[in-house]
Design a binder for this molecule. Structure first.
Ligand code: PMP
Ligand code: GLN
Length: 417
């Protein structure tokens, strides 16, 4: 393999590893983030209709994105970003949000240039920066809760705060981009207006691009102090922000792998220069199906879809929180996304030494899959090597699952008590 490949952990992505482990041990898989709920009729009908359409719907799509989809995306995002979006020059569709992120790193980051992200992070960011020859830089979000080892209600994703001065101290003359992820994976934090304004101020003063990863934009809860907002909507930010989304998350179809980036025309053009030589284009009938699905949820008839989805997810969130807190974990209630970050350090002494809740959570999650039959994701891979100790005791549960699965996990987790 080429040298650049040798820098990666040969076990591969932690998500794939723990899904395989869950399958091998017939564990309830609350690890990797994918829903297993029945899909609404409008989605499956849209896909069937597109695959059954004439031959032209089954041929290469326009490289920048299927026209009907970029038009629907412009309409969907305009109210969020607050400025008009040109569907033909300011949007590109990609193979999931993942390809939007990898292509943009290749397109925008020169070797040696730095990109700053917050820890814990979604693992694709540092890998794609390195593949482009760039240098990832890190600043940790930290829970302000003083006594996070005492389980109890009241801990929320908003307890996790960024030290803006620490962030600014990481900026050098080589810094090119800042990554913001809201709603945040794995914390479920929604950055509030003041936080976004401070990030925007830093980006403008240091002339940075901003990658705003908003794949969980549709999943927000009523108890969030503020609804999800796009940083591109703030004054002076549209021109430097690349907003990323994913049909996988917005419509609960992670296997469709349709994503997009929205940015000024010159940035989209640079991303296209990479995209045209990577996948070249994205699967046409599923772009058509995502387009019709957006049209549906923007119509009178479909206007309640996301509200109902979030109500369903909120019920699952609250039930899993109750279960996790009931067995003694400190669980942070998310305000968006379908993940719960839980601190298991309070279980020390109650589980075998090999699982060590005070140490790297990898061993704990491995043990919990094998011996308890429930899988969560250890957060070690969401931190840089120098900050990996901050992951100690922290694991991530995913709750976009059937109620039966959540109850079964709940029964099995009673063995921790
Ligand atoms: N960003 C975040 C924060 C994610 O959690 C994910 C994974 N779902 C992605 C990007 C990648 O999305 P996709 O599956 O559309 O490639
Ligand atoms: N984004 C999903 C998660 O965080 C899955 C990502 C993946 O499997 N690469 O669980």
């Amino acid at each position: 393999a080429a040298d650049r490949v040798r820098t990666f952990d040969p076990r591969g992505s932690v998500f794939a590893e723990f899904t395989a482990l869950a399958n091998a041990h017939s564990a309830v898989n609350l690890g990797q983030g994918f829903p297993n709920l029945p899909l609404p009729g409008f989605l499956t009908e849209a896909a069937e209709k597109a695959v059954g359409a004439g031959t032209m719907m089954q041929q290469y799509a326009r490289s920048q994105g299927h026209m009907r989809l970029v038009q629907a995306l412009a309409k969907y995002y305009e109210p969020r970003i607050g400025i008009s979006i040109c569907p033909t020059t300011e949007i590109i569709t990609t193979v999931g949000a993942s390809e939007a992120i990898s292509s943009m790193m290749q397109a925008l980051i020169n070797p040696g240039e730095e990109v700053i992200m917050m820890e814990p992070f979604f693992d694709i960011y540092p890998a794609t920066i390195r593949l482009a020859g760039g240098v990832p830089k890190y600043v940790a979000l930290r829970p302000s809760t003083t006594d996070s080892t005492t389980p109890g209600a009241g801990h929320t994703a908003a307890d996790w705060k960024l030290d803006f001065e620490e962030l600014e101290s990481q900026i050098t003359s080589k810094t090119r981009m800042l990554i913001v992820n809201t709603p945040h994976n794995p914390i479920g934090k929604i950055f509030n207006r003041e936080e976004l304004e401070r990030l925007a101020d830093i980006a403008k003063r240091h002339d940075l691009l901003v990658l705003s990863d908003e794949v969980y934009e549709a999943i927000g809860y009523n108890d969030a102090p503020e609804p999800m907002q796009s940083i591109a909507a703030l004054p002076g930010m549209k021109e430097r922000t690349i907003t990323v989304g994913s049909a996988g998350k917005t419509f609960s179809v992670t296997g469709w792998k349709i994503g997009w980036a929205i940015a000024p025309a010159h940035i989209i053009h640079s991303i296209l220069m990479v995209h045209q030589f990577m996948p070249f284009t994205v699967v046409t009938p599923l772009q058509e199906a995502v387009a019709t699905s957006f049209e549906h949820v923007m119509s009178e008839e479909g206007s309640r879809y996301f509200g109902e989805l979030c109500d369903t997810m909120a019920g699952k969130r609250d039930r899993l929180l109750e279960i996790l807190r009931g067995v003694g974990m400190t669980a942070y209630s998310p305000h968006g996304s379908y993940f719960i970050l839980a601190d298991v350090r309070s279980l020390a002494g109650r589980v075998p030494a090999e699982a060590d809740p005070l140490g790297d959570p990898y061993a704990f999650c491995h043990w919990m899959t094998r011996e308890i039959g429930v899988t969560a994701i250890p957060t070690g891979n969401f931190y840089s090597p120098e900050h990996r100790h901050l992951a100690q005791g922290f694991i991530r549960f995913c709750f976009c699952k059937t109620d039966d699965m959540i109850e079964q996990a709940g029964e099995r987790l009673q063995r921790l008590v």
